[in-house]
Write a protein that binds this ligand. Structure first.
Ligand code: CTP
Ligand code: MG
Length: 221
């Protein structure tokens, strides 16, 4: 669980993963849903430097290992990956910034990896027309909308594939990749998209937390 980001787009305050949602942190909600998924075993969280004690208190009872995150999301994922027990051979990577991803989605991603896919991600159809735009503002291309998906987490991987993919993060072309599946694509391994969930949306800007106090602290299935 990469949770070490600062939340710059959310505005001044605590690191994003520690901001409140219905009386608990975003991180608590995300981890509680992972813990409620029968397909999930050990959980490692990459947390902001200096927040380890706060995180341990916040996640007490959820059987989580906390490691220090890095300067980038990729570094945070790698730090958590290195702390996973050696017997784990299927890995889910899930943003703390997606606190309401349903347990059913978590289990569906795991099941698709166990069924043989090297990499599986949740995706939703996009409603806007999406254009590729060049540096001068001129449109380069409009991909057919029905071929596009907005990709979420949790993303699931065979561990060996994810580890090989993360070697590419430090190489040319890898640094700008914004999700784990993108690194797997650089490897040339297939990435399967399964239906995502509206509730797996990412908290990015302040308006994404509008009405947060009406969210229950109990994980929904
Ligand atoms: N993340 C991380 N380590 C970093 C940067 C991001 O673990 N160095 C995590 C965030 O905590 C979040 C997820 O990656 O759970 C997705 O990142 P994002 O939504 O961009 O969160 P932030 O980087 O915190 O937000 P911002 O970019 O607005 O600062
Ligand atoms: Mg960020």
């Amino acid at each position: 669980v990469p949770a070490a980001g600062s939340g710059d787009r959310l505005g001044p305050g605590d690191p994003k993963a520690l901001r409140p949602l219905g009386g608990r942190s975003l991180l608590f909600h995300a981890v509680a849903r992972l813990r409620a998924a029968q397909s999930v075993g050990p959980i490692v969280v990459a947390v902001p430097a200096g927040s380890q004690d706060r995180v341990a208190a916040e996640l007490a009872g959820l059987a989580v290992t906390a490691v220090a995150g890095g300067a980038t999301r990729q570094e945070s994922v790698l730090a958590a990956l290195r702390a996973l027990p050696s017997e784990v051979d299927v890995v889910l990577v899930h943003d703390a910034a997606r606190p309401l991803a349903p347990v059913s989605l978590i289990n569906a991603i795991t099941a698709a990896v166990l069924a043989g896919a090297p990499a599986v991600v949740p995706g939703l159809p996009v409603h806007d027309t999406v254009k590729r735009v060049g540096p001068t503002g001129l449109v380069l291309e409009t991909p057919p909308r029905e071929t596009l998906r907005a990709i979420q987490t949790p993303q699931g991987f065979q561990r060996s594939v994810l580890e090989r993919a993360h070697v590419l993060a430090g190489q040319p072309g890898g640094a700008g990749v914004t999700d784990d599946a993108g690194l797997v694509e650089l490897l040339g391994e297939p990435v399967l998209v399964i239906p995502g969930a509206v509730n797996a949306f990412k908290i990015t800007r302040p308006e994404d937390l509008a009405g947060e106090s009406s969210v229950s602290a109990e994980p929904a299935v």
